[in-house]
Design a binder for this molecule. Structure first.
Ligand code: R5P
Length: 297
């Protein structure tokens, strides 16, 4: 019988890799990224993965600096004779540029997918930002699976929030908001958003008079500049609703975003642990482990 899968953590991913390996009873490998003085990287992965499935764990917020070492690590494992080399990226970046919005721009979601597809045999992530791409298969040429965080978020809401009103800040969030509302057993509303620039967002709120006794729970997939959530918090408060609870799947939090969001007057802030952040209150590692076991069965 061949040995089971080996799980390796890219730098910064030891907690997630350890949790997955522990839940699955799989062996943890050690992966070292040595930075030479000239800025190049050398990867060393032990034990050698010859004939075994190798799983690299690397969440892909701030992706540009992570990408080259990740691709080099995948090639190192393949060279060592790994049977298959897979990627667990709890947060998968580069999905928002899903079309050419202005003349001369690149469709980077496709280019990024092409790079990863050229180095890995399969990919697993959590709630990828799919808007104009209907599925990961529309951009990734390798088997690419996604785990939904909605059950974990709904469970947290049921335990933490009384009389929740689930709110999606824009059409793109309706897929998460509706599912979370269904599982949490509350109503949901989806707002309209206009993004005029990286940090310039306007949100319009419909008539919410009948929900004055509810606790608004904003649910969005990515919190980056937090401008979407901040604009929504202001509009909900202006409409007379209580200070909202904000739930984000992926805690990207660029720059000062977390402080600015809290300063907007939120009742609570919770994120999942797809990206390690102090606001992580919702654990999705068991959902990932379940899917990972199924994938490599
Ligand atoms: C947009 O399409 C996404 O679903 C999020 O609403 C967006 O990425 C949030 O970005 P920010 O925090 O920068 O407003």
């Amino acid at each position: 019988m061949s040995a089971g899968p080996l799980i390796f953590a890219m730098p910064g991913n030891a907690v997630a890799a350890g949790a997955l390996a522990g839940m699955l009873g799989w062996e943890r490998g050690e992966l070292e990224v040595h930075a030479f003085p000239d800025g190049e990287s050398l990867i060393r992965a032990l034990p050698a993965a010859a004939g075994r499935d190798a799983v690299l764990v690397c969440t892909l917020d701030r992706p540009d600096a992570k990408l080259l070492p990740l691709l080099l690590a995948a090639d190192t494992l393949r060279d060592a004779g790994a049977r298959r080399v897979g990627l667990v990226a709890p947060y998968l970046a580069y999905l928002r540029q899903d079309r050419r919005f202005r003349e001369g721009e690149g469709v980077t979601s496709r280019y990024f997918a092409r790079l990863l597809s050229g180095h890995f045999d399969w990919l697993l992530t959590v709630d990828p930002h799919l808007h104009r791409h209907a599925s990961l298969a529309a951009v990734y040429s390798i088997p690419a699976s996604a785990v939904a965080s909605a059950p974990a978020i709904a469970d947290w809401i049921r335990r933490t929030v009384e009389v929740p009103l689930i709110i999606g800040p824009d059409g793109e969030s309706s897929q998460w908001a509706a599912e979370v509302a269904r599982l949490a057993g509350g109503p949901s509303v989806v707002l309209e958003k206009q993004r005029r620039g990286d940090r310039d967002v306007a949100v319009s709120v419909p008539d919410v008079a009948r929900w004055m006794d509810s606790t608004p729970v904003l649910v969005d997939d990515i919190v980056s500049t937090a401008r979407t959530m901040i604009a929504t918090v202001h509009r909900l408060k202006a409409a007379g609703l209580r200070p909202p609870v904000c739930v984000g799947v992926h805690a990207v939090f660029a720059g000062d975003a977390e402080r600015e969001l809290r300063a907007a007057g939120v009742q609570a802030l919770a994120t999942t642990n797809t990206i390690s952040h102090p606001s992580n209150a919702i654990d999705v590692m068991d959902l990932l482990a379940f899917e990972l076991r199924r994938l490599l069965a």
